[in-house]
Structure formats: C-alpha cells, structure tokens
Design a protein around this ligand. Structure first.
Ligand SMILES: *Cc1c(COP(=O)(O)O)cnc(C)c1O
Length: 346
C-alpha cells in the first residue's frame, strides 16, 4: 500500500480510482478509439466538465461551436459568469478560419462531429491544425460516431469524449462518460481532475457497458442502415424542406462527412416546411406510435424530439420546426409507416 500510486493501474487503491471492472472497460474504449488512456465519468456531461476543470483556470478562454451539446454551452456560461473564464462560440463550419478567433489566452477548443441537433459536420483537420499552430488543445465530442465511424486522433484531436450512455451501453439504462487520450501527460492532467472531483463510476454500471460493447458495431451498422432509409424517404415528403443527415447533401458539412467518416449514426434531424405551425408539428410528434418523445439516443427504441432551433443557433436559415429522430432497431418499414400516419395528421 505504501509503494502504491493512485495513478498507477497496476494495483487497486480505492474504488473511486478504479476497479478491475472499470480498468477493463477503460482499456477497451481506448482501443476502439485508437487511444492509449481512458478515464470513466458518471455521465457524458461529467466527462465534459472534467475536461474544462482540468484544463482551464481563471483568465483562460475556451472556444465552443455554436451548435454544441446544450449542457456544454450551459457549462460555458457558468465558467464565464462565476469562474472568470471566457467562453466564446464559433460557427461550426468555420474550418481554418478558427485561427482568427484564437487569442493568446485560448487554451481549449471544443468540437462536436456532427452537432447533435443541427447536424453540421466540422472540418476537424483544419481546426486541429490551426489550434496546434498556436498551442491550443482540441477536445472532440465523438458520441455520434461511437468511435466507430470517425477516427478522431488520426484527424488531430487531443481528447475524445464519449457519452457511453448512448451506443456503448445500447440499453438506455445506464449513464456514463469517457475521456480518451493518446498522451500520458495530458491523461495525467485529466486524471487529477478525475481524482479531485470524485468522478468514479461503480463496477456494476461499468459491467452494463461492458455487456453492450461486443454488439456495438452490429447495432451501430443497423441504426445507420435504417436511419439512411428513413432519411431518404423523408427527402421525398412534400412537408419536409431539409433532411439534416450528414450522408445527404442537404446537411451542411456533407462533403466533410464523406471525407472523414466511414459510417453514420441513427440520429439525424429534419425541418418542416414553414407553412406548418408549431401546434401542427407538435401534433405530428404526439401522434407517432413507435417513436417515444425523448432526448436520449443510441438505444433500441426510436425517439423523437422537436426543437426551437431558431432560439438555439445564430442565423439559422429555416423558419419551420426542426425535429430530431433517433432511429432505433425496430423494422424500418414500420417506422416509415408510423411517420406516414403522423404526416397525415398535419
Ligand atoms: C448525451 C450526450 C452527451 C452527454 O451524455 P450524458 O451521459 O447524458 O451526460 C454529450 N454529448 C452528446 C452529443 C450527447 O448526445
């Protein structure tokens, strides 16, 4: 015990610092992403917060994409209001133009590929190049690709965050997050925050995610195939003006998706024609039978969520309601029939 080190995975010192079960899960997640180190957190959002608390201090600046996962934006607001850290927001399609936004005190750039509501696909190599030229670290929320369809480290990112709550678990019954890195020194900075904030996870929760991992690739591919069929069908509907699925040309950053990704998730959005009121599109959502109303995704059950996207994104071009779909593992024809019935209620 005296010679032991809490950072050292060769032994077990205390549950918060790891158990045989959590170390096993960490090793597998690092391998999937092509990384070397992994830390688990009690939720995806806890993992995001751990990055900020590990890497930012008073006087620093962090850049977040304007389409960032909303709780990450809320965290940025808290850092700005109460911790003396400036959080600024950039156009997710800025690419190499991010260089002009980097200040001497900028320490971290968050990226999300794609943004999980408005679905723009960022140019990660261009952002990473500009960041690294100025000594700034890049963190990627890689939840959408599950680490299967996007090789974040090969594109230059320094930290990969995963909400294991989604595809890794697959069961919609556990909350967990992970931070994966390649550099030992960077992992140690994150591990210090992990230790100081008590971000451990229980072995039973880790076990649930370990049960989901072996089937993740099969599930991901099934979600992908079904979602692309539903997206292509939605493209044919007169009620819909844009289908924001990265594999379709309607989606900003589609060419970047083609260059950088080897697949797509089951999560995408579409935009109703502005002639339909929010009351009408709410009726559409309410009348779906196979789609539950819910924020989460990555599980077997299809989910739907309407957003007031104009209030979330600066300069959003569409006036119609944006609806996000999580395509589950139900029969695709049943899902399309359900959507068709709901369109008829408009
Ligand atoms: C769900 C989600 C998170 C956070 O995960 P939780 O486990 O719910 O905290 C982060 N980013 C994205 C893109 C997500 O969809």
């Amino acid at each position: 015990m005296r010679s032991g080190q809490w950072k050292d995975k060769s032994g077990y010192t205390y549950g918060l610092h790891g158990t045989p079960t959590t170390f096993t899960l960490e090793a597998r997640l690092a391998e999937i992403e092509g990384g070397s180190y992994c830390l688990l957190a009690p939720s995806g959002l806890a993992a995001i917060a751990m990055v900020d608390f590990a890497l930012l201090k008073t006087g620093d600046d962090v850049l977040l994409p304007d389409n960032v996962y909303a709780p990450n934006r809320e965290l940025g607001r808290w850092l700005s209001n109460d911790f003396g850290i400036s959080a600024r927001y950039y156009d997710p399609l800025v690419g190499a133009g991010i260089a002009e936004l980097i200040q001497p005190n900028t320490k971290l750039i968050w990226t999300e590929a794609p943004g999980s509501v408005s679905m723009e696909v960022p140019d990660l190599p261009a952002i990473c190049q500009a960041a690294h030229d100025k000594g700034v670290l890049v963190a990627l929320d890689n939840t959408w690709s599950a680490g299967l369809a996007l090789r974040g480290f090969d594109l230059g990112v320094d930290i990969i965050m995963q909400a294991l709550t989604k595809y890794q678990s697959g069961g919609s019954d556990v909350l967990m997050g992970a931070l994966i890195t390649r550099e030992r020194a960077l992992n140690e900075r994150l591990a210090l925050a992990h230790m100081r904030l008590g971000m451990g996870v229980s072995a039973d929760d880790a076990y649930l995610v370990l049960r989901g991992l072996p089937s993740m690739k099969l599930r991901f591919d099934a979600h992908d195939a079904s979602a692309r069929k539903v997206a292509a069908w939605l493209k044919t509907r007169p009620e819909v003006t844009r289908v924001l699925h990265p594999a379709l040309a309607d989606c900003p950053g589609h060419a970047t998706w083609q260059r950088d990704f080897s697949g797509a998730a089951g999560l995408f959005s579409f935009v109703f024609d502005a002639r339909y009121s929010e009351q009408q599109t709410d009726r559409f959502v309410d009348s779906l039978a196979l789609f539950g109303i819910g924020y989460s995704w990555g599980g077997a059950n299809s989910l739907v969520m309407p957003y007031r996207i104009g209030a979330m994104r600066q300069g959003w071009p569409d006036a119609g309601t944006l609806v996000r779909l999580n395509i589950g593992l139900e029969d695709t024809a049943d899902l399309i029939a359900d959507l068709e019935r709901a369109f008829a209620t408009l």
